[in-house]
Design a protein around this ligand. Structure first.
Ligand code: HPA
Length: 278
């Protein structure tokens, strides 16, 4: 039976037969943020359902396809939507697409997500560069026997979120006049939103944002020594901060509102990351 590595390899080969492009940068576009992939040129779309072993996203606001195309002159592979642990997928399944990216020859990933803002200096629609994370998902994609073909048993997480890439993002945001905060992302299992008491706890342990994705993907990427840039969109202030209930509709609406800003930032950052890889 094929193992995880061979399955990732097979999925990667399957995707690469569809296009002459050989992207070195992968993107994961979160809730409400998938539109960027629609702007790629010379694009081909591969539905997750067609890719062998690929997990499908059931979350609303996720198109569920990989788009390979050019952002300006930079070839990229962009995932419109991701699988989440709360959908019932294992941490290994959730990170399968990152493994596939790795086997496609991708060396850098830009992960985006929708998150609740805990830091009171944030407001709805703010963009936040992730500096570090706290894994509270109760699992880890590297649980089980280690596969040395992917990486080492105990990967270092000191510089999980590339300092170089954060510097690039800060510089490009400044040039574009886009306010860009920086913070620590707490990854929770979900799917229920947090209670106000949980948000207070997360604030005290040093979290600026909370969400239900990304953490496992970052761990798998670092396991393969893929460099990571993560940008969150604060789609809502976290539970208990404003005296109002949270809803997925609000998350989607905010994603829609920041779309243009988000896209221009990605567009500016991509060529600089491409130059660094080359
Ligand atoms: N909590 C957890 N995940 C989220 C939130 C939130 O408030 N907003 C968007 N994703």
């Amino acid at each position: 039976m094929a193992d995880h590595f061979q399955l990732a390899d097979a999925a990667a080969q399957f995707i690469l037969t569809r296009t002459p492009l050989r992207p070195k940068i992968g993107l994961v576009l979160g809730s409400g943020l998938g539109a960027f992939a629609d702007s790629l040129t010379a694009a081909i779309r591969v539905p997750y359902a067609d890719i062998p072993t690929f997990p499908r996203s059931t979350a609303i606001g996720h198109a569920g396809q990989m788009v390979l195309g050019n952002a300006g002159s930079v070839p990229v592979a962009a995932m419109q939507g991701r699988a989440h642990l709360y959908e019932g997928y294992s941490a290994q399944q959730v990170t399968f697409p990152i493994r596939v990216f790795g086997r496609m020859g991708i060396r850098a990933v830009i992960l985006t997500n929708a998150a609740g803002g805990i830091n009171l200096s944030y407001s709805q629609g703010a963009l936040v560069l992730i500096r570090d994370h706290i894994n509270l998902q109760g699992t880890n994609p590297l649980v089980g026997p280690n596969d040395d073909r992917f990486g080492v048993r105990f990967p270092d997480m000191t510089h999980a979120y590339s300092r170089d890439y954060r510097q690039i993002a800060r510089e490009e945001a400044a040039k574009l006049g886009i306010p860009l905060h920086e913070g620590v992302y707490a990854g929770l299992l979900g799917p229920s939103y947090e209670t106000p008491a949980e948000i207070e706890y997360l604030r005290r342990i040093g979290a600026d944002l909370v969400g239900m994705s990304t953490v496992a993907e970052v761990i798998a990427a670092r396991h393969m020594e893929i460099k990571v840039l993560t940008i969150s969109c604060v789609t809502n202030m976290a539970a208990g901060i404003l005296d109002q209930p949270l809803s997925h509709a609000e998350v989607m609406e905010t994603g829609e509102r920041v779309k243009t800003t988000f896209e221009s930032l990605l567009r500016a950052v991509l060529p600089r990351i491409a130059t660094q890889i080359a």
